[in-house]
Ligand binder design. Structure first.
Ligand code: GDP
Length: 300
């Protein structure tokens, strides 16, 4: 965990440095507040949350008579944690009710890290002594199913896949059916994400969900967003949330960007929590998201 924190801190150090540099000034004048705003905006925090944070902080500095940088930093830390939402439920609903498996659909645009996320989630669950089955419902790219199966073999869990070009919904259906038969705790379903045809995506994803749901309720729909894509990632989030009820976000590639503020923006946009973050390409580089830890890493 310390290693992951170090990586997050490095990737986001420009935001942390920028924020602390502004608050380190002896004179918190208008220009300093503007600079703070610019720093937050540049880190993809988004206009609404940025304005809110700066207003709150300004008010506190005035009302509480904060006049030294250390206290200002402590106040900034508290405000940032507030913004990230320390009370949000970030647990993964990986177990179903009435003895049914939990069914987790993993959705997102191709290349964001969906398949990697499914593999790493399987690894996390298996480490917790859970039984897991993978469903390769991205049937459009044989390579995607191969990649998922390779993860399955690495982690030691079975993968249900269809022939190339098979109906994704039928693969999802078969995976859940087999999961019920085998009595596994969790079925993780990888889906296709070709965003260029929005209507096609709607149809396909909606169908995967409806058909899978005939056997067991979907316990979680995780949307994978690549943190390095900024506003584009937010637009993708909107499209996906129109198609399926997203219950949580996995923000990948946080190791590759200084724009950690996307965490705040995406939660505001979707009204659901970031549950996991990807901090590298390795098998262990998926971490549960924690507001305080994240903010401390930002400000490190
Ligand atoms: P998919 O098309 O959405 O299924 O994406 P993949 O799972 O194939 O991932 C696309 C690429 O992103 C691969 O090269 C992954 O190794 C890489 N990737 C996934 N998650 C992360 C992450 O958290 N950090 C970094 N640096 N790379 C990642």
């Amino acid at each position: 965990l310390a290693r992951l924190r170090g990586r997050l801190a490095r990737s986001n150090s420009s935001l942390g440095r920028g924020l602390l540099a502004v608050l380190g000034r002896t004179d918190l004048d208008d220009a300093a507040w503007e600079e703070l705003e610019d720093t937050l905006l540049a880190a993809d925090v988004g206009v609404g949350p940025t304005t809110e944070l700066v207003e709150n902080l300004r008010t506190r500095v005035r009302v509480e008579g904060i006049d030294d940088p250390e206290r200002a930093k402590a106040a900034l830390r508290e405000e940032l944690i507030d913004l990230v939402g320390p009370q949000m439920d970030r647990s993964l609903r990986s177990i179903g009710d009435d003895g049914l498996p939990g069914v987790v659909l993993v959705v997102g645009v191709n290349g964001t890290g969906k398949t990697t996320t499914v593999g790493r989630l399987a690894r996390v669950l298996v480490a917790q002594d859970r039984t897991v089955l993978l469903g390769a419902a991205d049937t459009f790219r044989a390579a995607a199913a191969d990649q998922l199966q390779t993860w399955g073999e690495r982690v030691g869990v079975p993968t249900v896949r269809g022939a190339e070009g098979a109906d994704p919904a039928s693969v999802g259906y078969t995976a859940v059916q087999r999961g019920i038969q085998d009595g596994v705790d969790t079925v993780l379903v990888d889906t296709a994400g070709r965003l260029h045809t929005k209507a096609g995506l709607m149809d396909e994803l909606g169908k995967v969900k409806r058909v899978a749901e005939k056997q067991a309720p979907i316990t979680e729909v995780l949307l994978v967003i690549d943190a390095t894509t900024g506003q584009n990632g937010l637009r993708q989030a909107q499209v996906f949330s129109e198609v399926v009820d997203v219950t949580g976000v996995v923000l990948t590639k946080l190791d590759g960007t200084a724009k950690g503020g996307i965490v705040v923006a995406v939660q505001r946009e979707l009204g659901v929590p970031v549950k996991f973050v990807g901090l590298g390409e390795g098998a262990d580089d998926l971490a549960p998201f924690e507001a305080e830890e994240f903010v401390d890493a930002l400000l490190d």
